[in-house]
Write a protein that binds this ligand. Sequence first.
Ligand SMILES: NC(=O)c1ccc[n+]([C@@H]2O[C@H](COP(=O)([O-])OP(=O)(O)OC[C@H]3O[C@@H](n4cnc5c(N)ncnc54)[C@H](OP(=O)(O)O)[C@@H]3O)[C@@H](O)[C@H]2O)c1
Length: 317
Amino acid sequence: MESKKSRILVFGGTGYIGKYIVKASITLGHPTLVYTRPLNSQTPHSKTQICNEFNSMGVILVQGELEHDQIVEVIKKADIVICALAYPQVEEQIKIIDAIKVTRNIKRFLPSDFGVEEDRINPLPPFQEFLDKKRKIRREIEASGIPYNFISANCYGAYFVNFLLHPHEKVKNIVVYGNGETKAILNYEEDIAMYSIKVANDPRTCNRIVLYRPSKNIITQNELISLWEQKSGQKFHKDFVPEEEIVKLSKTLPPPQDIPISIIHSIFVRGDLVNFEIGEDDLEASQLYPDYNYTSIDQLLDIFLVDPPAPAVAAFE
Ligand SMILES: NC(=O)c1ccc[n+]([C@@H]2O[C@H](COP(=O)([O-])OP(=O)(O)OC[C@H]3O[C@@H](n4cnc5c(N)ncnc54)[C@H](OP(=O)(O)O)[C@@H]3O)[C@@H](O)[C@H]2O)c1
């Protein structure tokens, strides 16, 4: 008989990656709760639509603020907590940690990481400061004794295909950061979400960092553009932005606009996603779950040809 499915609570479940995580949790048969700020007349229509969709899928929506007593009550109803709050709310995760310390029932907590492996890279100062906030949360979790996973999901695939290639627009020129030869890792959001639910339930991964680095998803900007040219039948002109210009922008743009350009430098110029080897002590998702048929970049571009995933809110524009 299959063991009882853990109850998964998602903070930030109505957000960009949160939606995928909630759907993956339901797909894998978990009773799923989403803690969301109260819906009211100011709530964007898009969020109301997502909440309606969640309701029809059987997701339990709990409305409330990031306030101790309210969070404690909802955490009591869960076994696993996954946080996908937006970057400006990263430090507010302290409140979730404090609540879990009180309830003491949580078998696994995944904080809002989902990007670079922040403990192994040293990017330009604006991105460094961004990561310091995430690192601080990691250290708090370690010190608290709460069982955790830290997820390094690398680039959200559809998000970065939209940003780099602009498939929704009829562009003739594509901007290339650096010389376009640096390897990056682009993982489709559905797979990031499915892997994350699997990791959160996996006894092998307790208190470990898990890297999402499937071999078919490592690609340079130049390779990505060529592949898209082959598939779309278009030919693009490349506008190269030299590293010096990117570094200069990271120093001259006002905060928070200096962060995205510093992230771009880290990923597409320095190659921080692949700058370290996966050692014997590391856990990598496609190796942990070899039977899971993840979406390759090639397949992701096919999805863009047929039914392109919508761009995210324009963080990088
Ligand atoms: N690897 C990558 O390529 C990549 C790309 C982008 C982001 N990320 C990371 O992914 C994580 C999630 O980012 P995201 O872009 O998916 O988030 P997002 O869509 O911007 O927001 C997620 C949720 O946060 C909640 N939220 C927003 N503003 C809030 C506020 N003022 N107070 C309280 N809650 C608020 C909202 O939930 P409710 O309205 O339901 O309360 C929102 O749906 C972050 O750690 C980010 O750094 C990674």
